[in-house]
Write a protein that binds this ligand. Structure first.
Ligand SMILES: NC(=O)c1ccc[n+]([C@@H]2O[C@H](COP(=O)([O-])OP(=O)(O)OC[C@H]3O[C@@H](n4cnc5c(N)ncnc54)[C@H](O)[C@@H]3O)[C@@H](O)[C@H]2O)c1
Ligand SMILES: O=C(O)C1=N[C@H](C(=O)O)CCC1
Length: 248
């Protein structure tokens, strides 16, 4: 049995992870912690893998503390920057165990992982590409971590193909053209009734390809979370993206 502690256990995602870990045959719930709880309770005696779903403002500190406690960590919280990732790598280099592992996924839903992958395959064939992400209005960050990741995926593919900037005659923009991430426009919608959705629009003269992923409920993330829990310890160091654990 894999002993799993959940950080952010009272949250929308953390609560689902508690249930998923309790119900799976090969995992058992160790500690369920939330804001105000002492993370030093989490240690290799009671925990193999800690799963962290909190808020972007606290996630880095939590992950650094968990690394220091000697456990492997699966992270779903958004808000990761290159600087924060470097701090995780440095902490892993100084970790109590030399084979310690941290896994971070912008999105654990197979539909979203594949949408990102397909966008990377398609991007080099199109003049234009934009990302629209649509989420529930309780989400605190915009654009979504998934959309930021997809924008970089598209930009990397365009660079590798030698594509230049996208056509765009816009001269005035009060914000309507969205946030530009790595040269890709990203638009965020917050709407009651939605959960987590992403559309990648790719255009050429006279044609369009749309790649869309919809997570209608948070259960859609749980197979990916469990896959990460089962896989993380075999991948020492920092790994980013569920595609690394899939045979794509
Ligand atoms: N990777 C994915 O597939 C995926 C899917 C859904 C959501 N998310 C991300 O996961 C994060 C959480 O989303 P949510 O909808 O569950 O949010 P939420 O607000 O429902 O839950 C966050 C929880 O974290 C707790 N928390 C706050 N500070 C804490 C601290 N210092 N220590 C421990 N717990 C603390 C809160 O009390 C709350 O219970 C967000 O960043 C969201 O974007 C990722
Ligand atoms: O509901 C959220 O919040 C989600 N956050 C992640 C993101 O920002 O990409 C994943 C999708 C759901």
């Amino acid at each position: 049995m894999i002993k799993v502690s959940v950080i952010g256990a009272k949250g929308r995602m953390g609560g689902n992870v508690v249930n998923a870990v309790t119900q799976a045959d090969d995992t058992e719930l160790a500690l369920a912690l939330d804001a105000g709880d002492d993370l030093t309770q989490v240690n290799p005696d009671n925990t193999d893998v800690a799963v962290e779903f909190t808020v972007p403002s606290v996630s880095l500190d939590n992950v650094l503390a968990l690394i220091g406690q000697g456990v492997d960590v699966v992270v779903g919280t958004t808000g990761w920057t290159d600087e924060k990732l470097d701090q995780v790598r440095a902490a892993l280099a100084a970790a109590p165990r030399k084979d310690q592992a941290v896994f971070i996924a912008p999105n654990f839903a197979i539909s979203a992982v594949l949408a990102d992958y397909f966008a990377g395959l398609a991007a080099r064939y199109f003049e234009s590409a934009e990302v629209v992400e649509l989420h529930h209005p309780n989400k605190v960050d915009a654009p979504s971590g998934t959309a930021i990741h997809t924008a970089h995926t598209i930009a990397d593919a365009r660079r590798a193909a030698g594509l230049g900037p996208m056509p765009d005659a816009t001269e005035t923009d009060g914000g309507s053209r969205g946030q530009v991430i790595d040269g890709v426009h990203v638009h965020a919608v917050r709407l009651r009734g939605l959960n987590a959705h992403e559309e990648v629009l790719l255009g050429n003269a006279g044609e369009q390809l749309t790649i869309r992923a919809d997570s209608f409920d948070r259960g859609s993330f749980m197979p990916g979370v469990l896959l990460a829990v089962r896989s993380v310890s075999a991948h020492p160091g920092l790994t980013i993206g569920l595609d690394k654990f899939l045979d794509l």
